[in-house]
Design a binder for this molecule. Sequence first.
Ligand SMILES: [Fe+2]
Ligand SMILES: [Fe+2]
Length: 264
Amino acid sequence: MRILFIGDIFGRPGRTIVREKLHEVVEHHTIDLVIANAENAAAGFGLTAPIAEELFELKIDVLTTGNHVWDKKEIIEFFNSANGNANSLARRVLRPANYPVGTPGIGLFEGKTQSGVPYAVINLQGRVFMATNDDPFRKADELLKTVKAKVIFVDFHAEATSEKMALGWYLDGRVTALVGTHTHVPTADERILHQGTAFLTDVGMTGPYDGIIGVEKEHALSRFLTSMPSRFEPAKNEPRFCSVIVECDPMTGRASSIRRLMLE
Ligand SMILES: [Fe+2]
Ligand SMILES: [Fe+2]
């Protein structure tokens, strides 16, 4: 079984390159499950229901998010629209599971692939150099107690490489794959950990690389040069599709390979 995970889809350039490349990638690599981080899909900041629907129409199965999840207020209504309905499209959009109890949305999706393999997707957020949240390590323990699927994919949305690697080892043998998102910079450390979990510190951004982690250079630079606030505009050029393909045994959930796939 092969799982494709697409890193932070950033604005229109990111959505456009997903539209252009995804079908071919799925066909060529015989992908069974497509997951994508969409926290920046709406002009770089957050996600809306129409954009989530647009991404689902491209045959993405589950969307994860991160610290930008609340940037577009309407996401709250979208989360609430699921209202316990497991078949609602909104249920396929996750926010990090370790947000405080009572926050709209949830961080775990359980489904079946077209060929009937049960799978789970878990979204967590780091706490190092990020806003304070509940403990992602203990939250993962709690969620894994309830999950019945063997194939379990974790998007750990975090800043610090150390925290990502720590959660990777902590969950080794208990999940199929743990990949990082959020920094928008792909890392080259993909590997299978000792107990069979596929790991990569950061998948990287699917969006415009002619900027500073997705934003127009001038705007981001001016913050560094002046320490004054400046309005961020998404960059437009040099789009790249940044993703990772994990192959695993559908019966055990154990990963056999992980490889990065970056397309221009
Ligand atoms: Fe992001
Ligand atoms: Fe983020």
